[in-house]
Design a protein around this ligand. Sequence first.
Ligand code: FAD
Length: 425
Amino acid sequence: MNDINVDVLIIGAGPSGCVAAAYLNNNGISCKVVEKNIFPRFVIGESLLPRCMDHFEETGLLDCLMAQGFEIKSGARFLKDNIVCNFDFSKKHTPGWDYTWQVPRADFDNTLAKEIVNKGVDVSFGHEVVDVKFNTNDEDINLTQGVGSSTTTVKDKNGTQYKIKAKFIIDSSGYGRVLPRLLGLDKPSSLDANSAIFTHVKENKRPEGVEGTIITFDVVRDNVWLWVIPFSNGVTSIGFVGPTSFIESYKGTNSEKMKEMLKISDYYYDRLKDEEFLFEPYTIKNYSKAVKQLYGKGYALTGNSAEFLDPVFSSGVTFATESGLKSAKLITKELKGEQVDWETEYTGYIMRGVDVFRTYVKEWYTGNLQKIFFHRPENPVIKEQICAVLAGYVWDETNPFVKNHNRLVKTVAKVIDMENERLSE
Ligand code: FAD
Protein backbone atom coordinates (compact mmCIF):
# COMPACT_ATOMS: atom_id res chain seq x y z
CA MET A 1 0.00 0.00 0.00
CA ASN A 2 1.26 3.51 -0.81
CA ASP A 3 1.96 5.97 1.98
CA ILE A 4 -0.94 8.29 2.81
CA ASN A 5 -0.68 12.02 3.46
CA VAL A 6 -3.27 13.87 5.57
CA ASP A 7 -3.44 17.03 7.60
CA VAL A 8 -4.81 15.28 10.68
CA LEU A 9 -4.65 11.61 11.65
CA ILE A 10 -7.13 10.51 14.31
CA ILE A 11 -6.39 7.32 16.23
CA GLY A 12 -9.63 5.62 17.36
CA ALA A 13 -13.27 5.93 16.24
CA GLY A 14 -14.87 6.16 19.71
CA PRO A 15 -16.96 9.24 20.57
CA SER A 16 -13.88 11.41 20.96
CA GLY A 17 -12.41 10.51 17.57
CA CYS A 18 -15.77 10.74 15.78
CA VAL A 19 -16.59 14.21 17.14
CA ALA A 20 -13.08 15.43 16.25
CA ALA A 21 -13.32 13.95 12.73
CA ALA A 22 -16.80 15.41 12.14
CA TYR A 23 -15.63 18.91 13.10
CA LEU A 24 -12.50 18.75 10.92
CA ASN A 25 -14.47 17.39 7.98
CA ASN A 26 -17.15 20.08 8.36
CA ASN A 27 -14.36 22.67 8.24
CA GLY A 28 -12.63 21.33 5.16
CA ILE A 29 -9.55 19.89 6.93
CA SER A 30 -8.31 16.62 5.46
CA CYS A 31 -8.37 13.89 8.10
CA LYS A 32 -8.24 10.13 8.37
CA VAL A 33 -9.42 7.89 11.21
CA VAL A 34 -7.65 4.61 11.94
CA GLU A 35 -9.62 2.22 14.17
CA LYS A 36 -8.19 -1.03 15.52
CA ASN A 37 -11.54 -2.82 15.86
CA ILE A 38 -14.29 -3.74 13.44
CA PHE A 39 -17.50 -1.97 14.56
CA PRO A 40 -19.84 -2.63 16.28
CA ARG A 41 -17.59 -3.43 19.22
CA PHE A 42 -18.27 -3.50 22.96
CA VAL A 43 -16.93 -0.76 25.20
CA ILE A 44 -18.07 0.35 28.66
CA GLY A 45 -19.37 3.88 29.36
CA GLU A 46 -23.12 3.73 28.79
CA SER A 47 -24.52 6.63 30.80
CA LEU A 48 -24.06 9.99 29.09
CA LEU A 49 -24.32 13.57 30.40
CA PRO A 50 -26.47 16.35 28.87
CA ARG A 51 -23.33 18.40 28.09
CA CYS A 52 -22.22 15.96 25.38
CA MET A 53 -25.45 16.68 23.45
CA ASP A 54 -23.98 20.14 22.73
CA HIS A 55 -20.99 18.46 21.07
CA PHE A 56 -23.09 16.16 18.90
CA GLU A 57 -25.33 19.07 17.93
CA GLU A 58 -22.41 21.33 17.01
CA THR A 59 -20.76 18.69 14.83
CA GLY A 60 -23.94 17.55 13.05
CA LEU A 61 -24.03 14.14 14.75
CA LEU A 62 -27.21 14.61 16.76
CA ASP A 63 -29.85 13.57 14.21
CA CYS A 64 -28.38 10.12 13.58
CA LEU A 65 -28.31 9.50 17.35
CA MET A 66 -31.86 10.82 17.83
CA ALA A 67 -33.08 8.29 15.26
CA GLN A 68 -31.83 5.35 17.36
CA GLY A 69 -34.49 5.60 20.09
CA PHE A 70 -32.00 5.23 22.94
CA GLU A 71 -33.38 5.28 26.49
CA ILE A 72 -33.85 8.85 27.67
CA LYS A 73 -31.79 9.84 30.72
CA SER A 74 -33.41 12.91 32.28
CA GLY A 75 -31.60 12.69 35.60
CA ALA A 76 -29.99 10.17 37.91
CA ARG A 77 -30.99 8.39 41.09
CA PHE A 78 -28.68 7.65 44.00
CA LEU A 79 -29.76 5.25 46.78
CA LYS A 80 -28.27 4.69 50.21
CA ASP A 81 -29.77 3.18 53.38
CA ASN A 82 -33.32 3.60 52.08
CA ILE A 83 -32.75 7.29 51.28
CA VAL A 84 -33.33 8.31 47.66
CA CYS A 85 -31.57 11.26 46.02
CA ASN A 86 -33.04 12.09 42.61
CA PHE A 87 -31.42 14.61 40.31
CA ASP A 88 -33.60 16.06 37.58
CA PHE A 89 -31.61 17.69 34.74
CA SER A 90 -34.48 20.14 34.09
CA LYS A 91 -33.80 21.63 37.53
CA LYS A 92 -30.22 22.76 37.28
CA HIS A 93 -28.33 26.02 37.78
CA THR A 94 -26.81 26.20 34.30
CA PRO A 95 -28.99 26.52 31.18
CA GLY A 96 -28.48 23.67 28.73
CA TRP A 97 -29.70 20.25 27.70
CA ASP A 98 -32.02 18.65 30.22
CA TYR A 99 -31.71 15.11 28.95
CA THR A 100 -29.35 12.70 27.30
CA TRP A 101 -29.32 8.91 26.81
CA GLN A 102 -28.44 5.55 28.34
CA VAL A 103 -26.78 3.70 25.46
CA PRO A 104 -25.40 0.31 24.53
CA ARG A 105 -22.06 1.65 23.35
CA ALA A 106 -21.65 -0.89 20.56
CA ASP A 107 -24.73 0.62 18.85
CA PHE A 108 -24.02 4.20 19.87
CA ASP A 109 -20.40 4.24 18.68
CA ASN A 110 -21.34 2.37 15.51
CA THR A 111 -23.98 5.02 14.73
CA LEU A 112 -21.43 7.82 15.16
CA ALA A 113 -18.78 6.03 13.10
CA LYS A 114 -21.20 5.23 10.26
CA GLU A 115 -22.35 8.85 10.22
CA ILE A 116 -18.84 10.27 9.84
CA VAL A 117 -18.24 7.79 7.00
CA ASN A 118 -21.51 9.02 5.40
CA LYS A 119 -20.24 12.57 5.72
CA GLY A 120 -17.13 11.61 3.76
CA VAL A 121 -14.52 10.92 6.46
CA ASP A 122 -12.04 8.20 5.52
CA VAL A 123 -12.20 5.61 8.33
CA SER A 124 -10.17 2.36 8.24
CA PHE A 125 -11.65 -0.25 10.58
CA GLY A 126 -9.53 -3.21 11.66
CA HIS A 127 -6.39 -1.10 11.23
CA GLU A 128 -4.13 -0.68 14.24
CA VAL A 129 -1.57 2.04 14.88
CA VAL A 130 1.60 0.22 15.90
CA ASP A 131 4.19 3.00 15.88
CA VAL A 132 4.49 6.77 15.56
CA LYS A 133 7.64 8.74 14.77
CA PHE A 134 7.63 12.52 15.09
CA ASN A 135 9.97 14.19 12.64
CA THR A 136 11.62 16.79 14.80
CA ASN A 137 14.72 18.67 13.88
CA ASP A 138 14.29 21.27 16.56
CA GLU A 139 13.33 21.19 20.22
CA ASP A 140 12.17 18.30 22.31
CA ILE A 141 8.66 17.43 21.06
CA ASN A 142 7.47 17.19 24.63
CA LEU A 143 8.12 20.87 25.19
CA THR A 144 6.64 22.36 22.06
CA GLN A 145 3.22 22.63 20.53
CA GLY A 146 1.23 23.06 17.40
CA VAL A 147 1.54 21.73 13.88
CA GLY A 148 4.42 19.30 13.37
CA SER A 149 5.00 16.30 11.17
CA SER A 150 4.84 12.61 11.92
CA THR A 151 4.96 9.21 10.30
CA THR A 152 2.61 6.61 11.73
CA THR A 153 2.90 2.91 11.04
CA VAL A 154 -0.43 1.13 10.69
CA LYS A 155 -1.07 -2.61 10.48
CA ASP A 156 -4.20 -3.73 8.63
CA LYS A 157 -6.24 -6.87 9.41
CA ASN A 158 -4.04 -8.97 7.11
CA GLY A 159 -0.90 -7.87 8.93
CA THR A 160 0.21 -5.59 6.08
CA GLN A 161 1.88 -2.42 7.27
CA TYR A 162 1.68 1.02 5.70
CA LYS A 163 2.59 4.59 6.69
CA ILE A 164 0.53 7.73 7.23
CA LYS A 165 2.23 11.12 7.17
CA ALA A 166 0.31 13.78 9.12
CA LYS A 167 0.83 17.33 10.27
CA PHE A 168 -1.07 16.60 13.45
CA ILE A 169 -2.28 13.51 15.34
CA ILE A 170 -5.33 13.48 17.58
CA ASP A 171 -4.89 10.46 19.81
CA SER A 172 -8.41 9.30 20.71
CA SER A 173 -7.38 5.70 21.32
CA GLY A 174 -9.11 5.38 24.71
CA TYR A 175 -7.54 2.70 26.88
CA GLY A 176 -5.28 1.87 23.91
CA ARG A 177 -3.40 5.01 25.06
CA VAL A 178 -1.23 4.90 21.97
CA LEU A 179 0.82 8.11 22.39
CA PRO A 180 1.02 8.01 26.21
CA ARG A 181 2.61 4.55 25.83
CA LEU A 182 4.91 5.41 22.92
CA LEU A 183 6.05 8.76 24.37
CA GLY A 184 6.16 7.72 28.04
CA LEU A 185 3.49 10.24 29.05
CA ASP A 186 1.64 8.17 31.65
CA LYS A 187 1.62 9.37 35.22
CA PRO A 188 -0.08 7.87 38.28
CA SER A 189 -3.63 9.07 38.93
CA SER A 190 -4.18 11.07 42.11
CA LEU A 191 -7.35 9.06 42.79
CA ASP A 192 -7.66 5.91 44.91
CA ALA A 193 -7.09 2.54 43.23
CA ASN A 194 -10.61 1.45 42.30
CA SER A 195 -11.84 -1.32 40.04
CA ALA A 196 -15.06 -2.41 38.38
CA ILE A 197 -16.80 -5.61 37.34
CA PHE A 198 -19.75 -5.43 34.93
CA THR A 199 -22.01 -7.25 32.49
CA HIS A 200 -25.37 -6.98 30.71
CA VAL A 201 -28.62 -8.81 31.54
CA LYS A 202 -31.77 -9.28 29.48
CA GLU A 203 -34.32 -8.34 32.12
CA ASN A 204 -37.32 -10.63 32.44
CA LYS A 205 -38.61 -8.93 35.59
CA ARG A 206 -38.07 -5.29 34.64
CA PRO A 207 -40.69 -3.24 36.50
CA GLU A 208 -43.18 -1.14 34.54
CA GLY A 209 -42.79 2.63 34.27
CA VAL A 210 -39.99 4.83 35.55
CA GLU A 211 -38.68 2.21 37.97
CA GLY A 212 -37.80 0.00 35.01
CA THR A 213 -35.96 2.69 33.05
CA ILE A 214 -34.31 4.97 35.60
CA ILE A 215 -30.52 4.93 35.89
CA THR A 216 -29.51 4.22 39.48
CA PHE A 217 -26.37 4.28 41.57
CA ASP A 218 -27.02 2.03 44.56
CA VAL A 219 -24.50 2.73 47.33
CA VAL A 220 -24.08 -0.68 48.94
CA ARG A 221 -21.09 0.24 51.14
CA ASP A 222 -19.63 3.72 51.76
CA ASN A 223 -17.13 3.25 48.92
CA VAL A 224 -18.81 0.48 46.90
CA TRP A 225 -21.73 1.03 44.55
CA LEU A 226 -23.74 -0.77 41.92
CA TRP A 227 -24.80 0.83 38.65
CA VAL A 228 -28.07 -0.20 36.99
CA ILE A 229 -28.46 1.28 33.51
CA PRO A 230 -31.56 0.11 31.59
CA PHE A 231 -31.44 0.41 27.79
CA SER A 232 -34.45 0.80 25.50
CA ASN A 233 -33.78 -2.65 23.95
CA GLY A 234 -34.72 -4.48 27.19
CA VAL A 235 -31.09 -5.09 28.14
CA THR A 236 -29.75 -3.61 31.40
CA SER A 237 -26.12 -2.89 32.22
CA ILE A 238 -25.05 -3.70 35.78
CA GLY A 239 -21.67 -3.15 37.38
CA PHE A 240 -20.02 -2.94 40.79
CA VAL A 241 -17.35 -0.35 41.53
CA GLY A 242 -15.18 -0.17 44.61
CA PRO A 243 -11.66 -0.39 45.99
CA THR A 244 -9.56 -2.91 44.07
CA SER A 245 -9.10 -4.85 47.34
CA PHE A 246 -12.91 -5.18 47.62
CA ILE A 247 -13.35 -6.44 44.05
CA GLU A 248 -10.44 -8.86 44.53
CA SER A 249 -11.85 -10.17 47.82
CA TYR A 250 -14.47 -12.17 45.85
CA LYS A 251 -13.38 -15.59 44.61
CA GLY A 252 -14.34 -17.73 41.62
CA THR A 253 -15.15 -16.84 38.03
CA ASN A 254 -16.30 -13.31 37.23
CA SER A 255 -19.88 -14.61 36.98
CA GLU A 256 -19.61 -16.22 40.40
CA LYS A 257 -18.16 -13.02 41.86
CA MET A 258 -20.97 -10.88 40.46
CA LYS A 259 -23.72 -13.26 41.54
CA GLU A 260 -22.30 -13.11 45.06
CA MET A 261 -21.92 -9.31 45.00
CA LEU A 262 -25.57 -8.86 43.98
CA LYS A 263 -26.54 -10.15 47.42
CA ILE A 264 -25.28 -6.93 49.02
CA SER A 265 -27.81 -4.83 47.12
CA ASP A 266 -30.99 -4.91 49.20
CA TYR A 267 -32.74 -2.85 46.56
CA TYR A 268 -31.86 -4.81 43.40
CA TYR A 269 -31.17 -8.36 44.55
CA ASP A 270 -34.66 -9.73 43.91
CA ARG A 271 -34.94 -8.03 40.52
CA LEU A 272 -31.57 -9.23 39.27
CA LYS A 273 -30.72 -12.46 41.09
CA ASP A 274 -32.17 -14.87 38.50
CA GLU A 275 -31.21 -12.93 35.38
CA GLU A 276 -28.74 -14.58 33.05
CA PHE A 277 -25.58 -12.62 32.26
CA LEU A 278 -25.40 -11.97 28.52
CA PHE A 279 -21.60 -12.31 28.66
CA GLU A 280 -19.00 -13.29 31.23
CA PRO A 281 -18.52 -10.12 33.31
CA TYR A 282 -15.48 -8.01 32.51
CA THR A 283 -13.21 -6.57 35.18
CA ILE A 284 -11.20 -3.37 34.76
CA LYS A 285 -8.73 -2.94 37.57
CA ASN A 286 -7.34 0.42 38.69
CA TYR A 287 -9.16 2.20 35.89
CA SER A 288 -8.14 5.81 36.73
CA LYS A 289 -5.53 7.16 34.29
CA ALA A 290 -3.57 10.39 33.99
CA VAL A 291 -0.88 11.87 31.76
CA LYS A 292 2.00 14.31 32.20
CA GLN A 293 0.79 16.55 29.36
CA LEU A 294 -2.18 16.77 27.00
CA TYR A 295 -0.36 17.99 23.88
CA GLY A 296 3.04 18.30 22.24
CA LYS A 297 4.40 19.30 18.88
CA GLY A 298 2.22 17.59 16.31
CA TYR A 299 -0.25 15.92 18.64
CA ALA A 300 -3.02 16.22 21.23
CA LEU A 301 -4.43 13.57 23.54
CA THR A 302 -8.22 13.42 23.94
CA GLY A 303 -10.76 11.34 25.88
CA ASN A 304 -9.56 8.34 27.81
CA SER A 305 -6.21 8.46 26.11
CA ALA A 306 -5.61 11.58 28.18
CA GLU A 307 -7.30 11.21 31.55
CA PHE A 308 -9.95 8.99 33.08
CA LEU A 309 -11.27 9.68 36.57
CA ASP A 310 -14.07 7.39 37.70
CA PRO A 311 -17.42 6.11 36.45
CA VAL A 312 -19.43 7.45 39.41
CA PHE A 313 -20.61 10.64 37.69
CA SER A 314 -20.55 9.31 34.10
CA SER A 315 -18.16 12.03 32.94
CA GLY A 316 -16.01 9.86 30.60
CA VAL A 317 -17.81 10.23 27.27
CA THR A 318 -18.50 13.92 27.90
CA PHE A 319 -14.82 14.66 28.46
CA ALA A 320 -14.04 12.51 25.42
CA THR A 321 -16.30 14.62 23.20
CA GLU A 322 -15.37 17.93 24.87
CA SER A 323 -11.65 17.31 24.33
CA GLY A 324 -12.13 15.78 20.86
CA LEU A 325 -14.05 18.86 19.75
CA LYS A 326 -11.71 21.35 21.43
CA SER A 327 -8.58 19.78 19.93
CA ALA A 328 -10.19 19.72 16.47
CA LYS A 329 -11.13 23.41 16.78
CA LEU A 330 -7.63 24.42 17.81
CA ILE A 331 -5.87 22.48 15.07
CA THR A 332 -8.32 23.91 12.52
CA LYS A 333 -7.42 27.43 13.70
CA GLU A 334 -3.73 26.67 13.39
CA LEU A 335 -3.97 25.08 9.98
CA LYS A 336 -5.84 28.19 8.85
CA GLY A 337 -2.91 30.33 9.99
CA GLU A 338 -4.06 31.55 13.40
CA GLN A 339 -1.97 31.39 16.55
CA VAL A 340 -2.99 28.92 19.26
CA ASP A 341 -1.71 28.79 22.82
CA TRP A 342 -2.23 25.09 23.54
CA GLU A 343 -1.32 25.44 27.22
CA THR A 344 -4.13 27.90 27.93
CA GLU A 345 -6.64 27.05 25.24
CA TYR A 346 -6.37 23.26 25.51
CA THR A 347 -4.78 22.05 28.75
CA GLY A 348 -6.03 25.00 30.80
CA TYR A 349 -9.57 24.65 29.49
CA ILE A 350 -9.86 20.86 29.70
CA MET A 351 -8.23 20.61 33.13
CA ARG A 352 -10.59 23.24 34.57
CA GLY A 353 -13.47 20.84 33.93
CA VAL A 354 -11.52 17.71 34.86
CA ASP A 355 -10.50 19.31 38.17
CA VAL A 356 -14.13 20.04 39.08
CA PHE A 357 -15.11 16.41 38.49
CA ARG A 358 -11.95 15.21 40.26
CA THR A 359 -13.11 17.06 43.40
CA TYR A 360 -16.55 15.46 43.17
CA VAL A 361 -15.08 11.98 42.67
CA LYS A 362 -12.67 12.43 45.60
CA GLU A 363 -15.39 13.81 47.84
CA TRP A 364 -17.73 10.98 46.84
CA TYR A 365 -15.26 8.45 48.18
CA THR A 366 -14.36 10.54 51.31
CA GLY A 367 -18.10 10.47 52.03
CA ASN A 368 -18.53 14.27 52.04
CA LEU A 369 -20.58 14.37 48.85
CA GLN A 370 -22.71 11.43 49.95
CA LYS A 371 -23.46 13.39 53.14
CA ILE A 372 -24.87 16.21 50.99
CA PHE A 373 -26.79 13.89 48.62
CA PHE A 374 -28.48 11.96 51.42
CA HIS A 375 -29.03 14.77 53.96
CA ARG A 376 -32.67 15.55 54.67
CA PRO A 377 -34.31 17.98 54.20
CA GLU A 378 -32.66 18.80 50.89
CA ASN A 379 -31.56 22.35 50.08
CA PRO A 380 -33.12 23.10 46.66
CA VAL A 381 -30.56 25.77 45.69
CA ILE A 382 -27.57 23.57 46.47
CA LYS A 383 -29.26 20.71 44.66
CA GLU A 384 -29.70 22.71 41.45
CA GLN A 385 -26.08 23.82 41.56
CA ILE A 386 -24.78 20.28 42.07
CA CYS A 387 -27.21 19.03 39.41
CA ALA A 388 -25.56 21.35 36.84
CA VAL A 389 -22.20 19.74 37.66
CA LEU A 390 -23.69 16.26 37.30
CA ALA A 391 -25.10 17.32 33.92
CA GLY A 392 -21.54 18.08 32.81
CA TYR A 393 -21.74 21.90 32.85
CA VAL A 394 -18.46 22.19 34.74
CA TRP A 395 -17.15 25.31 33.00
CA ASP A 396 -19.94 27.59 34.25
CA GLU A 397 -18.25 29.77 36.86
CA THR A 398 -21.56 31.42 37.82
CA ASN A 399 -22.16 28.14 39.65
CA PRO A 400 -20.54 28.33 43.11
CA PHE A 401 -20.25 24.53 43.10
CA VAL A 402 -18.04 24.90 39.99
CA LYS A 403 -16.13 28.04 40.91
CA ASN A 404 -15.43 27.01 44.51
CA HIS A 405 -15.52 23.26 44.03
CA ASN A 406 -12.38 22.79 46.11
CA ARG A 407 -13.84 24.07 49.33
CA LEU A 408 -17.63 24.24 48.94
CA VAL A 409 -18.34 20.48 49.04
CA LYS A 410 -16.18 20.13 52.17
CA THR A 411 -17.77 23.19 53.80
CA VAL A 412 -21.36 22.07 53.22
CA ALA A 413 -20.50 18.56 54.50
CA LYS A 414 -19.00 20.14 57.61
CA VAL A 415 -22.14 22.19 58.23
CA ILE A 416 -24.21 18.99 57.93
CA ASP A 417 -21.89 17.30 60.48
CA MET A 418 -22.33 20.21 62.88
CA GLU A 419 -26.09 20.16 62.47
CA ASN A 420 -26.18 16.39 63.11
CA GLU A 421 -24.02 16.83 66.22
CA ARG A 422 -26.32 19.57 67.52
CA LEU A 423 -29.41 17.40 66.94
CA SER A 424 -27.87 14.42 68.73
CA GLU A 425 -27.01 16.46 71.84
P1 FAD B 1 -13.07 4.75 23.37
O1 FAD B 1 -14.52 4.87 23.33
O2 FAD B 1 -12.47 3.71 24.24
O3 FAD B 1 -12.54 4.57 21.90
C1 FAD B 1 -11.19 4.38 21.62
C2 FAD B 1 -11.05 3.64 20.31
O4 FAD B 1 -9.66 3.59 19.95
C3 FAD B 1 -11.51 2.19 20.42
O5 FAD B 1 -12.53 1.93 19.48
C4 FAD B 1 -10.24 1.37 20.16
O6 FAD B 1 -10.49 0.18 19.43
C5 FAD B 1 -9.38 2.34 19.35
N1 FAD B 1 -7.95 2.05 19.47
C6 FAD B 1 -7.27 1.70 20.60
N2 FAD B 1 -5.98 1.47 20.30
C7 FAD B 1 -5.83 1.67 18.96
C8 FAD B 1 -4.73 1.59 18.06
N3 FAD B 1 -3.52 1.21 18.47
N4 FAD B 1 -4.95 1.86 16.76
C9 FAD B 1 -6.19 2.23 16.32
N5 FAD B 1 -7.27 2.31 17.13
C10 FAD B 1 -7.09 2.06 18.44
N6 FAD B 1 -18.12 7.05 30.72
C11 FAD B 1 -19.31 7.62 30.67
O7 FAD B 1 -19.47 8.69 30.05
N7 FAD B 1 -20.39 7.05 31.28
C12 FAD B 1 -20.30 5.90 32.00
O8 FAD B 1 -21.29 5.40 32.52
C13 FAD B 1 -19.01 5.30 32.11
N8 FAD B 1 -18.85 4.14 32.79
C14 FAD B 1 -17.60 3.59 32.88
C15 FAD B 1 -17.42 2.44 33.65
C16 FAD B 1 -16.15 1.90 33.81
C17 FAD B 1 -15.94 0.70 34.67
C18 FAD B 1 -15.03 2.51 33.16
C19 FAD B 1 -13.66 1.95 33.31
C20 FAD B 1 -15.23 3.62 32.35
C21 FAD B 1 -16.50 4.18 32.22
N9 FAD B 1 -16.70 5.32 31.43
C22 FAD B 1 -17.93 5.91 31.42
C23 FAD B 1 -15.62 5.93 30.66
C24 FAD B 1 -15.76 5.63 29.18
O9 FAD B 1 -15.57 4.25 28.97
C25 FAD B 1 -14.70 6.40 28.41
O10 FAD B 1 -14.46 7.65 29.00
C26 FAD B 1 -15.08 6.65 26.94
O11 FAD B 1 -15.38 5.45 26.30
C27 FAD B 1 -13.91 7.35 26.27
O12 FAD B 1 -14.17 7.51 24.90
P2 FAD B 1 -12.96 7.61 23.88
O13 FAD B 1 -13.55 8.01 22.59
O14 FAD B 1 -11.88 8.42 24.48
O15 FAD B 1 -12.38 6.13 23.83
